[in-house]
Design a protein around this ligand. Structure first.
Ligand code: TXA
Ligand code: MG
Length: 327
């Protein structure tokens, strides 16, 4: 583990560094972000550099309230306003046509910018102190599991950032759901996330769910090899594991109860009460924990495929994807 003396709770320190054009790790209710002044190209460039993130992968901008969105985008479809009135602040991101004030580096050249209003009280207070939006991707090295505690950020990026603003463990634990509107006026979900598709559809009616694509992804969160631990993760019926496995060197991610014969210290039970919110909260930290254990393989089971279970399974499937090189 790396030194963690630069983890702190001081919102004013974070604000001062951000005003100077530095990148600071910030808590949100979904995952920790690596934030910088979205209107300052040099500051934004630091995010890409620290994360080792390719500049074709655009960033989400974070604002303190939905009222401010119109300062940065050309227009907001009515249905998005209705959705926002019900679900912002919260784990949903809107793709909207950007105004020229948003640098192309933020959007990787796209004419659309991704906008989110986080609900975490610490980032809300921070954003209210700033007179610019924060561009912030998840604060993990590109391709690895998103951080859900300040210590996760310190462990991986600690020596590259001045300050990690600690807001405790992220309540949601999964990245925001990203939605956009296509040329036919239909709503598309580009990334399944912390706000369930069911909750969106209650307001919008049926939406299109975009499939994953590894080549030229629309939202690189769609890259199938994202969110991957280094220990191979295999999706399986964990109640019928192969007979030849070494139980001492096997990890388990189970939805609600332990598997016999495998040491409990190598098992993550996402939610003993089969609750999706709990499971989402524990998922990334659990993957990280197992990734740090001395084991050869992780077997994981999928959870029921509805509500937040859809986003949980999406992350498990991506984590199970073998193609990990280059990220
Ligand atoms: O919950 C979240 O959304 C977290 C917290 C920190 O807010 N952020 C996050 O950011 O997950 P990131 O960069 O790890 O993932 C954002 C995804 C990326 O896959 C990116 O490609 C997509 O959003 N995205 C951002 N701007 C886009 C744009 N203009 N067009 C298409 N996709 C975009
Ligand atoms: Mg990310």
């Amino acid at each position: 583990m790396s030194e963690s003396s630069f983890i702190g709770h001081n919102i004013d320190i974070a604000a001062t560094l951000l005003r100077k054009g530095e990148a600071v790790a910030i808590p949100t209710e979904t995952v920790y972000g690596l934030g910088a002044n979205a209107l300052n190209v040099k500051a934004v460039a630091k995010i890409y550099q620290i994360k080792q993130r390719p500049t074709f992968d655009p960033l989400i901008i974070h604002l303190s309230s939905f009222d401010k969105v119109s300062d940065y985008v050309e227009e907001i479809p009515e249905v998005f306003k209705v959705l926002a009135s019900k679900h912002t602040p919260g784990p949903i991101t809107f793709l909207l046509r950007k105004k020229s004030i948003i640098p192309d580096l933020v959007t990787a050249g796209s004419s659309y910018v991704a906008v989110r209003i986080p609900s975490h009280p610490v980032i809300k207070e921070l954003l209210e102190k700033l007179d610019f939006p924060l561009a912030a991707p998840s604060a993990n090295p590109f391709g690895y599991i998103s951080p859900t505690t300040a210590q996760h950020v310190a462990d991986q990026l600690g020596n590259k950032i001045y300050y990690i603003l600690d807001g405790g463990p992220c309540e949601v634990g999964l990245e925001s759901t990203i939605i956009g509107m296509n040329d036919d006026g239909k709503i598309e979900v580009l990334r399944k996330g912390g706000l369930s598709v069911e909750k969106i559809q209650e307001i919008t009616g049926p939406v299109i769910i975009r499939d994953t694509s590894t080549s030229n992804p629309e939202a690189p969160g769609m890259l199938t090899s994202h969110y991957a631990p280094k220990v191979p993760l295999i999706l399986a019926n964990i109640r019928e594991l192969p007979l030849n496995i070494n139980p001492e060197r096997t990890g388990i991610i189970a939805f609600h109860n332990f598997v016999p014969k495998i040491p409990h210290k190598h098992q993550i039970v996402l939610s003993p009460s089969s609750n999706f919110e709990d499971a989402a909260f524990h998922l990334f930290a659990g993957m990280r924990y197992l990734d740090g254990c001395d084991i050869d393989v992780i077997y994981a089971e999928l959870v029921p495929e509805h509500d937040l279970g859809i986003a949980i399974n999406d992350r498990l499937r991506r984590a199970a994807h073998i193609e990990k090189s280059g990220h």
